[in-house]
Design a protein around this ligand. Structure first.
Ligand SMILES: NC(=O)c1ccc[n+]([C@@H]2O[C@H](COP(=O)([O-])OP(=O)(O)OC[C@H]3O[C@@H](n4cnc5c(N)ncnc54)[C@H](O)[C@@H]3O)[C@@H](O)[C@H]2O)c1
Length: 251
C-alpha cells in the first residue's frame, strides 16, 4: 500500500511526553518519511522527541507553545512556515483532564481547563493551519478524541464534553475542507499507559485490561498506526470519521 508520506511535513501537538501518544505518532510519521515538528508546553520533552525524529534521518524542530492560546499558534505556525514552507499533516493530540470529580463539584476553572486544553486547542490548531492547507490544495488533520466523548465519562463530564465537541467540530469542518483536498478525521484511543492515564484513579491501569475484549491496554503504537493511516494517501475517501482504536471496548 502506497502511503505517500515521503517528504511530507507534519506538526504534532503534545508530543513532548516520552510515554505519550504524541511521541509515538511523531516517530511513526518520521519512519514513513515525514519531517516532524514537535510541539509541547514541556520544551525539554519536545526536544527529546525532536532528537529521536532526527535519529531516524528526518528533519525536526521542537516548539514550545501552549495550544490553548491562539496567539501562540500564530507564532508557532509562522516559525514552521519560515523553516519548512508547508504543513501537510496536523495532529491535534495535546490534551488533558482535571482530576475526576462529580459534576456538581466541578468549578468553572475545572470546566474551562477541560474545554480549553482539548476542544479550544483543536479549534485553534485547525483555524491556524487550515488556510495553509487550503492554499496547498491538500492536507490531513487528525484530532485525538476519546471514548469519553462517545459514551460519556463518569466524573469526567468536562473532559467528555470537550472530546464529544472535538468529534462534532471535526465532522462539521471536514465537510467544508473536503472540497479543498483536505481530510479531517478523529482517532479515539482506548485506555493506554501514558502520562494522561497515570493521573487516573488508582487501579485503573491494572484492572482495565480485564474489561478489554483483546485482553490488554491500547499501546501508543496502536494509536500511531491509526494516525499514520489517516494522515496517508490510503485514507483519501475517509472524511469526518472517528476511528476507534480500543481493543474492542464499546462503543
Ligand atoms: N492515555 C489514554 O488512555 C487516553 C485515552 C483516550 C484519549 N487520550 C488522549 O490522548 C491525547 C494524548 O495524551 P497522552 O495519553 O499521550 O498523555 P500524556 O500526558 O503522556 O501527553 C500529553 C501531552 O500534552 C502536553 N500538553 C498538555 N497541555 C498542553 C498545552 N496546553 N499545550 C501544549 N502541550 C500540552 C503535555 O505536556 C504532554 O506532553 C490527549 O488528547 C488525551 O486526552 C488518552
Amino acid at each position: 500500500m502506497e502511503l505517500g508520506l515521503k517528504g511530507k511535513v507534519a506538526l504534532v501537538t503534545g508530543a513532548g511526553s516520552q510515554i505519550g501518544f504524541g511521541k509515538a505518532i511523531a516517530l511513526a510519521l518520521a519512519q514513513e518519511g515525514c519531517d516532524v515538528i514537535v510541539n509541547d508546553i514541556d520544551i525539554d520533552g519536545a526536544r527529546q522527541t525532536a532528537a529521536a525524529v532526527e535519529k531516524l534521518g528526518r528533519k525536526s524542530m521542537a516548539i514550545k507553545a501552549d495550544v490553548t492560546r491562539g496567539s501562540e499558534w500564530d507564532s508557532m505556525v509562522k516559525e514552521v512556515m519560515a523553516k519548512f514552507s508547508r504543513i501537510d499533516i496536523l495532529v491535534n493530540n495535546a490534551g488533558g483532564c482535571t482530576p475526576p470529580k462529580p459534576f456538581l463539584e466541578m468549578s468553572d476553572k475545572d470546566w474551562d481547563f477541560d474545554i480549553d486544553v482539548n476542544l479550544r486547542s483543536t479549534r485553534n490548531g485547525t483555524k491556524t493551519v487550515l488556510p495553509i492547507m487550503i492554499k496547498q490544495k491538500s492536507g490531513k488533520i487528525v484530532n485525538i478524541t476519546s471514548g469519553a466523548g462517545i459514551h460519556g465519562g463518569m466524573f469526567t463530564s468536562g473532559y467528555a464534553a470537550a472530546k464529544a465537541g472535538i468529534i462534532g467540530f471535526s465532522m462539521g469542518v471536514a465537510k467544508e475542507a473536503a472540497p479543498h483536498g483536505i481530510n479531517i478525521n478523529c482517532v479515539s484511543p482506548g485506555v493506554a499507559d501514558t502520562g494522561f492515564a497515570r493521573n487516573a484513579p488508582p487501579g485503573l491501569l491494572e484492572n482495565f485490561p480485564k474489561t478489554v475484549p483483546i485482553g490488554r491496554l491500547t499501546t501508543t503504537q496502536d494509536i500511531a498506526n491509526a494516525v499514520v493511516f489517516l494522515a496517508s494517501d490510503a485514507s483519501c475517501d475517509i472524511v469526518g470519521q472517528v476511528l476507534v482504536v480500543s481493543g474492542g471496548v464499546s462503543p
